[in-house]
Write a protein that binds this ligand. Structure first.
Ligand SMILES: *Cc1c(COP(=O)(O)O)cnc(C)c1O
Length: 242
């Protein structure tokens, strides 16, 4: 990514990539939600994108995200519509309330205990929390990446639908960097299809980042999570788990 390009140019380039991938897959670009992943970036960079028409923002650390969400609502105050905040990172149970305080959707539910904690937090805020079940489809389980292993997927889905204040909206994965991303995405779509056969409103397929959004769209993703291609490179510290 050329560091000299403006936010508007970077956004246009990402939108063009999404449109080209949709054209190649004979899909309607209107089916794809672009989530701008602003981890490690200050609030003013988020506001810039909101003013350019981005409506969905993703964050992966609870505390940083909560602070930024309130900063953004003050800074944007009227000049841009409030975004939908997506929480996409590894989450500890004791941060569930923090996340339920600002997030519309949590993409990273990967164990029953976290579903329970988020359910309690959502009960307190009074509106249901939309959640995705994150799958770890890598050859070797990688705790740093998060996600439930396929063998535990059904039990986790049951735990999510059993509670009152979570709304199961679909599935998510992070493709291992050194793996065939397309293969992970195809498998994720397979899990999504069997899930939707039972839970018809679980239509979200969150897959694809800056490097692999074309493969994800080609496989069937509905939500892509794009950081670097929109904001430029981050410091590595923001990659670490909360
Ligand atoms: C950081 C992050 C992204 C965005 O990654 P880029 O390569 O910067 O586009 C997407 N999903 C998750 C879970 C992330 O942590």
């Amino acid at each position: 990514m050329n560091p000299g390009t403006s936010p508007a140019q970077r956004l246009a380039a990402v939108r063009a990539r999404i449109e080209a991938a949709c054209a190649a897959a004979r899909r309607d670009p209107g089916e794809i939600t672009l989530i701008a992943v602003s981890k490690g970036m200050p609030a003013d960079r988020v506001v810039e994108l909101l003013e350019l028409g981005v409506e969905d923002i993703g964050e992966n650390k609870a505390q940083e995200a909560a602070a930024k969400a309130s900063e953004v609502s003050v800074m944007a105050g009227g000049s841009a519509p409030a975004p939908r905040w997506h929480f996409i990172g590894q989450l500890q149970r004791n941060k569930a309330r923090t996340v339920a305080g600002f997030a519309a959707m949590v993409h990273s539910v990967d164990r029953p205990g976290l579903a329970t904690a988020l359910d309690r937090a959502a009960a307190q805020r009074g509106t249901p929390l939309e959640v995705l079940v994150q799958l770890d489809l890598s050859a070797d389980a990688n705790p740093a990446r998060g996600g439930v292993r396929p063998g535990d997927f059904d039990a986790l889905v049951e735990a999510v639908v059993a509670v009152e204040h979570l709304s199961l909206r679909g599935v998510m994965t992070v493709a291992p960097p050194d793996d065939d991303a397309r293969r992970s995405f195809d498998r994720l779509v397979g899990y999504s299809q069997s899930l939707q056969a039972i839970h018809t409103s679980a239509t979200v397929i969150s897959a694809g980042m800056s490097a692999d959004l074309e493969a994800a769209i080609s496989a069937g993703a509905t939500h892509v999570r794009v950081g670097t291609a929109l904001f430029g490179a981050r410091k590595l510290a923001s990659e670490h788990r909360t």
